[in-house]
Ligand binder design. Structure first.
Ligand SMILES: *Cc1c(COP(=O)(O)O)cnc(C)c1O
Length: 542
């Protein structure tokens, strides 16, 4: 790519997972954004990112005495922050809030600015990510969106393209419209003009997961949004105001995060008039962050070298498991990993529902390592975590639950397990980047054909598909049957009798994923198909 010709992009996201030492993220969205800015920095492309400095980040979650998780909120360290001196003001609940911008000076973040209120007494706004009710959320989204655009002006950055990563950033679009109206444009003309500058990525394949806000709430929270009439707000986001609907109407192109998710997204929003065409750009992960350097080095030396490199990573995982839980997993036996946010559609406990698994687990022929966090207010998710913790009591030497899933643990698991299990209720997994991390480390995916996996799976070669993509009544039973059949009929026999073939599959998994599911490929694709203007019409599928 010839860098000087590339558009200058302003990337907006609520969270960035750059390092476990700098916890201003909750999960997958943050990991994606963190990997996006790291790859942009590695590639030297002109991308400026905007986020929020969360002073107590996201929860650290430990199991309480009954197995139900308990949350704690440590203070986020500030060593990674450099003051820029830039300031911008937003109005929240009738009060002027001055924002400052910190530049992140480490973790490979490139040009990332984090906003924070200048005055201590305004910092309740940016204390905890995804906490509180809709009024706090709207206020935080005004900081990110409205504050973000104003801060770019204060920093002297003039973007060609604004990329909203998920609907949280949509108020930035309203601010861009407002700017044009202040300069004399009519509302429709201002909308048409900003639409040429905005691109939008949506992640949530479940309607209920897409945030909406009552119009009066928008007005109460921010005088900055008071520049618009109800009719104007409704014309963009509907009533209640849908952040995704507004994102689709304010952008020139929108995308889902895997090919299948693109289809799901088009189906979900096909009734939205005036929406941008929706295409897809499949996610990727930052290989220097997620791929084990020993495995990367062994890759070209062949299957035996890969197996040996993997064994070292597996030993490190076993050591960590022992330190955390006291359980000594067997190095020569299969370890299946499953680490995800504890949402019920991910069905973490699926594999435990078939009695055929019991003897395998009792004998330790199969060892399961679970990890995951529930949203602090998600009682159902917390029950799910408690159920996994209970399973580890039933099979004390072969089922482990590791509390407080975060990046470091994610790294250990996606290189130290032998198999990476993924069994969401299709099509609810938009992408699922942990499977890409596993694939790059030769950890073989055993997954439902959801998210990215239909693009990466060659059954019996790069990993295994579980089921045939069936969606409908009895899906859980269908998928469970398929899971146990593939595990007993294919995965275990290869593991137990044909380690050479296993090594070949590891190599095929790395070959398949190393470039195609890297965030370097992803960022290049955003520049070529989304940020650049020319080929957009052809690239978009409508
Ligand atoms: C990679 C990662 C995720 C996202 O993975 P999914 O497959 O989307 O669940 C979430 N949390 C952490 C800590 C990760 O490392």
């Amino acid at each position: 790519m010839s860098v000087p010709l590339l558009p200058r992009v302003a990337y907006f996201c609520m969270e960035y997972a750059l390092s476990e030492e700098f916890p201003i993220y909750s999960g997958g969205l943050g990991v994606l954004a963190g990997d996006h800015v790291k790859s942009a920095a590695d590639l030297g492309v002109p991308l400026v990112a905007i986020g929020i400095f969360w002073s107590e980040g996201y929860t650290r979650q430990r199991l309480g005495p009954t197995g139900v998780p308990v949350d704690a909120y440590p203070v986020t360290p500030r060593e990674a922050l450099t003051a820029t001196g830039a300031k911008a003001t937003v109005t929240i609940r009738g009060r002027e809030v001055t924002l400052i911008a910190w530049r992140v000076n480490r973790h490979g973040a490139g040009e990332l600015y984090l906003l924070e209120p200048e005055r201590e007494e305004d910092r309740w706004l940016t204390r905890r990510l995804y906490s509180g009710g809709p009024d706090l959320r709207v206020a935080q989204e005004i900081v990110l969106g409205v504050g973000g655009v104003r801060m770019l002006r204060a920093l002297g950055v003039a973007p060609d393209v604004y990329h909203f990563n998920e609907g949280h950033a949509v108020f930035a679009g309203l601010e861009l419209v407002r700017e044009r109206m202040v300069a004399g444009a009519t509302f429709p003309a201002a909308c048409a003009a900003v639409r040429q500058e905005i691109v939008f990525t949506t992640h949530t394949p479940v309607l209920a997961g897409n945030e909406t806000h009552a119009l009066p709430l928008l007005r109460e929270q921010g005088a900055d949004l008071g520049a618009f009439s109800d009719e104007q707000l409704e014309a963009l986001g509907g009533a209640p105001f849908g952040m995704t609907v507004a994102g689709l109407r304010l952008s020139r192109i929108a995308n889902g995060v895997a090919a299948l998710h693109g289809e799901t997204t088009r189906r979900m929003w096909k009734g939205v008039e005036g929406a941008a065409p929706i295409t897809s750009v499949t996610n990727g992960v930052h290989s220097p962050t997620w791929q084990d350097s020993r495995v990367r080095a062994a890759y070209s030396a062949g299957p035996a070298a890969i197996l040996a490199a993997h064994q070292e990573a597996k030993r490190e995982l076993i050591t960590e498991v022992r330190a955390r839980s006291g359980v000594a997993l067997a190095e020569e036996r299969l370890i299946i990993g499953f680490a995800r946010r504890a949402a019920s559609y991910k069905r973490a406990d699926l594999i435990l529902r078939d009695p055929k698994m019991n003897p395998l687990l009792a004998e330790g022929r199969v060892q399961l390592v679970f990890s995951g966090k529930a949203h602090p207010n998600d009682t159902e998710g917390k029950q799910l975590v408690a159920a996994l913790a209970a399973a580890s009591k039933r099979f004390p030497t072969s089922v482990v639950f590791l509390e407080d899933y975060e990046m470091r643990l994610g790294r250990l698991l996606t290189r130290g397990c032998d198999v990476w299990l993924n069994n969401p209720r299709r099509p609810m997994e938009a992408s699922g980047t942990s499977g890409m991390k596993a694939a790059m480390n030769g950890v073989l995916n055993l997954s439902v054909l959801d998210g990215w996996w239909p693009e990466g799976c060659e059954h019996g070669v790069t990993g295994w598909q579980l089921g045939d993509g069936y969606e409908g009544p009895g899906q859980d039973e269908h998928d469970l049957k398929a899971l146990v059949a593939v595990l007993l009929g294919e995965v275990l026999p290869i593991w137990e009798t044909d380690r050479t073939r296993w090594g070949q599959m590891m190599q095929a998994s790395i070959a398949m994923s190393q470039w195609r599911f890297s965030s370097d490929r992803m960022v290049e694709e955003y520049y070529e198909r989304i940020y650049r203007r020319a080929p957009l019409v052809r690239a978009a599928v409508g």
